[in-house]
Structures are given as structure tokens and as C-alpha cells.
Design a protein around this ligand. Sequence first.
Ligand SMILES: [Zn+2]
Length: 217
Amino acid sequence: MNEENHRSSAHGASQQRWNFPKLMVSLPAWVESVIPPLGHVYRSDIEKMELVLRLAHLNIMEGSGGPFGAAVFDMRSQRLLAPGVNLVLSSKWSGAHAEMIAIALAQSLVESHDLAASASLRCELFSSTEPCAMCLGAIPWSGIRRLVCGARDQDARCVGFDEGAKPQAWSALLRDQGIEVRQDVLREEAVGILREYIALGRQVYNSKINAPGAPGA
Ligand SMILES: [Zn+2]
């Protein structure tokens, strides 16, 4: 680049604005049509997990994301507060895991970053697969008081998802913080959804940071 060009492009850069994009994530349109109507009272953990697994399965079938579903329920009313599905690929955000979406929607609905702030709510998070390291870290921040999971961490790793570094005693650590944990609810069905995703040849969207042959590896 000659000096004149350099000067003119530097001048041009000074005229430009950053123009960062807004961060916006929306549930796929199909979600509302497959969940029970507003006000439906859930009778059991099984019924709640069935909803979460339906979301995970349809997320595959509709091509809207990875094989993971989640939902935040209010334990006082036994009603759904917010559903979530994995939206990593469509949102182009690695943090768009089903649990994060459900928590963010619930917090937006109650207009607080803390789901434990209102005495009228007691929130529980259902997840089709045990939370990864990121989602696990988000739970105590969120005000969730109970976690219920389907598939185990090792089930997700077995089909190739990188769940991150988690303490082995993660459930005991949550319990120490006053958060109840229940595992293996409809685990077999949840594992079936993970396997179906792989059998369909869908993308395992781990970062390529450590993949063989990755750029810069
Ligand atoms: Zn996660």
C-alpha cells in the first residue's frame, strides 16, 4: 500500500462506526405449537421430562438445533415458566444451550436476573441431558432451586459432545448450595434422542480448538 492509499483508508476508518449487532435469540416458531396451553398444571417429574424430551426430539426433526431440550417450571404452581431448545448453530452463539435459553426466557418473563428473588416463585430446571460445565455454572447464578436431568454427562460424551471440565462431585456441590438434584429421569429415552441425532448424521458442533488438523492446531 502506498502512502496516499494508506492515508485515505485510515481516514475512511475514522469515519466508520463499530455498529455491533444486537444479541437476539428467539425460540423456533414450532415450540409454541407443541407445548400444552398456558396454565397447564404438570402432575409429575415424568410429565415435565416428557415435555423436555419432546422439545429435544423435535429440535432434531425440525432441524433447528442440537438434541437438547430444557424447561423452567414453577414448583409452587406446577406450571411451565419457559421452555428452551439448543440453538447453537442457528444463533451462531456457542452459549445457546437449551438450559441457558430456558433460564434467560424465564428471567426475562419475571423481569429479574434472579429467579429466587420473588417469594411467589420456586423455580426448577429440567434438562434432557445433564448440564455441561457452562450450564452447570449458570445454575447457582440464576436462582434455580432444583435440577432434574434425563441423560447423564457420559451419555452426551459417548456420542461426541464435549461437556467441558466438571467437578465429579457436581451434584453434591449444588446440593451444598441448597439446590436439589434428581438424575436419570427417563434417561433411556433421553439417550435415544442423542443417538438419533448422530444416526441422522447431524453436526456435533464442539469447538475445533483441539480437533486434529484444525487451523492452528
Ligand atoms: Zn450446556
